[in-house]
Design a protein around this ligand. Structure first.
Ligand SMILES: [Zn+2]
Ligand SMILES: [Zn+2]
Length: 444
């Protein structure tokens, strides 16, 4: 893995604040709010420790931070303490550069609860949290996937399915199994906002949702995949060292994905409300959530294990299965073991399929014949050898069975021959019955 780095060049002050807020979130702080530039009251970020204490952060994206910055934050802490007498309030100054000796001395002297994070410490924190920043954006570099299986287990899944197919015992296929890890991001969010007009609050809106995004295209994963993984996102593990080169890299940064999520949530939770003004006229108002109304509860980049199994029945008959894995569960996205190789129709059960003894082709019930002599060998309609009796065809899996039966049939009496041809026999019986009916009708 590349050396972790934090490259803050080219960021403006506001982007720097956003970045610090994200880093603090990863450190476990809660209720992080980036106060807007215009309302800068000497603290850029307000956040809380898990036990509810408030920390005010002043961000300085500059080379040197001097004493006045510390003094200003000291004043803000005092002000906030008067507003929240029951809470413990402390401060923090974060800079991409360093603190002047004057600032450091002053901090020691006032013994205020103010922490300093300089550029060097910021880099160390990022390293510890495995954060890589390029052009001010947090890159996603993880080794976590949903619970996976071993290669042997993957092979046995395909072989178990193969063994459900009728006639499998005539072939000994080989399976090649390959895994890759596909990048995705799971996000859980809440959205809460009220909409006001002159008549007061006309709408109180509260909702939540879960999203899963494809880390390569940035689009939503299909509902099947979302349901498969999101029902229990706790089934996670570290990707084993020898499998890490099978990861497909994220094409998006955390910042990109977060932006997409905000846009999606805003669009998805915008709704119309009808309300009555004082003049008794009904109006329509479109209620639109803002970014600050959206709380991202969980942002989980994670890899999805996808197995591709190639089953070689013989040189010319090859079948592929592709499935997502989570623990002992699989979600198949391709399953050629259920597709008839003659008509291309997909069947729902492996038990519906048969395997041609001659070619190794997997076929549907419409394209399989059972050898008429041994009553068990399956053979596809392309390879079945047909023998025409009077009207009906009989099918055989090989020339020997064909000849054996043919010889026998030719050697028996006409009535026995007829008995073998169910269609001819049926027609004759039907003819007799029809004649009888006509005779009776004639007599009456
Ligand atoms: Zn078919
Ligand atoms: Zn065949």
């Amino acid at each position: 893995m590349a050396e972790n780095e934090i490259n803050l060049d080219g960021l403006d002050g506001f982007q720097f604040e956003e970045l610090i807020a994200k880093i603090m979130k990863k450190q476990g702080f809660q209720n992080i709010r980036v106060t807007s530039k215009t309302r800068d009251l000497g603290r850029d970020i307000i956040m809380e420790t898990p036990d509810g204490n408030i920390i005010l952060i002043q961000c300085k994206h500059q080379q040197f931070v001097g004493r006045p910055v510390v003094q200003k934050l000291q004043g803000v802490i005092s002000y906030e303490e008067s507003r929240h007498p029951r809470k413990s309030i402390s401060g923090m100054i974060v800079t991409s550069g360093s603190f002047s000796q004057d600032a450091i001395d002053y901090k020691e002297q006032i013994r205020e609860k103010i922490g300093f994070i300089d550029g060097k410490l910021l880099r160390d924190i990022c390293k510890e949290l495995n954060i890589i920043i390029i052009s001010g954006k947090i890159q996603i570099l993880i080794d976590t996937s949903f619970n996976n299986i071993s290669e042997d287990k993957s092979k046995s899944i395909t072989l178990d399915k193969f063994h459900k197919i009728y006639g499998n015992e005539y072939h000994k296929p080989k399976v090649a199994s390959n895994v890759m890890f596909f990048p995705s991001v799971y996000i859980a969010y809440n959205v809460n906002f009220d909409t006001y007009t002159q008549v007061g609050c006309i709408d109180k809106y509260s909702s939540s949702g879960r999203i899963m995004l494809d880390g390569v295209t940035g689009k939503f994963v299909t509902d099947d995949i979302k349901k498969f993984y999101c029902d229990d996102i706790q089934k996670r593990e570290e990707i084993q060292q020898h499998d890490r080169d099978k990861k497909i890299h994220f094409e998006f940064t955390e910042n990109d994905i977060e932006d997409d999520v905000f846009n999606y949530v805003i669009k998805n939770h915008t709704h119309d409300v009808h309300y009555r003004e004082k003049n008794n006229v009904t109006y329509k108002k479109t209620c639109v959530p803002k970014r600050r109304d959206i709380d991202i509860l969980e942002f989980l980049p994670i890899y999805l294990p996808i197995w591709t199994n190639d089953l070689n029945v013989n040189q010319s008959m090859k079948y592929q299965q592709k499935f997502y894995n989570k623990g002992n569960n699989q979600l198949f996205i391709l399953d050629e073991l259920k597709i008839c190789h003659i008509c291309g129709m997909k069947r729902s059960e492996y038990e519906n399929m048969s395997l041609c003894k001659v070619c190794g082709g997997i076929v549907c019930p419409s394209h399989i014949k059972i050898d008429y002599l041994d009553k068990k060998t399956p053979v596809c309609t392309n390879h079945a050898i047909a023998l025409r009796l009077f009207i009906q065809n009989k099918y055989f899996s090989n020339k020997e069975n064909y000849s054996k039966y043919h010889q026998w049939w030719k050697s028996v009496k006409f009535t026995r021959q007829l008995y073998e041809d169910k269609i001819a026999l049926g027609l004759i019986i039907a003819g007799i019955i029809l004649t009888l009916i006509m005779v009776i009708f004639y007599i009456i």
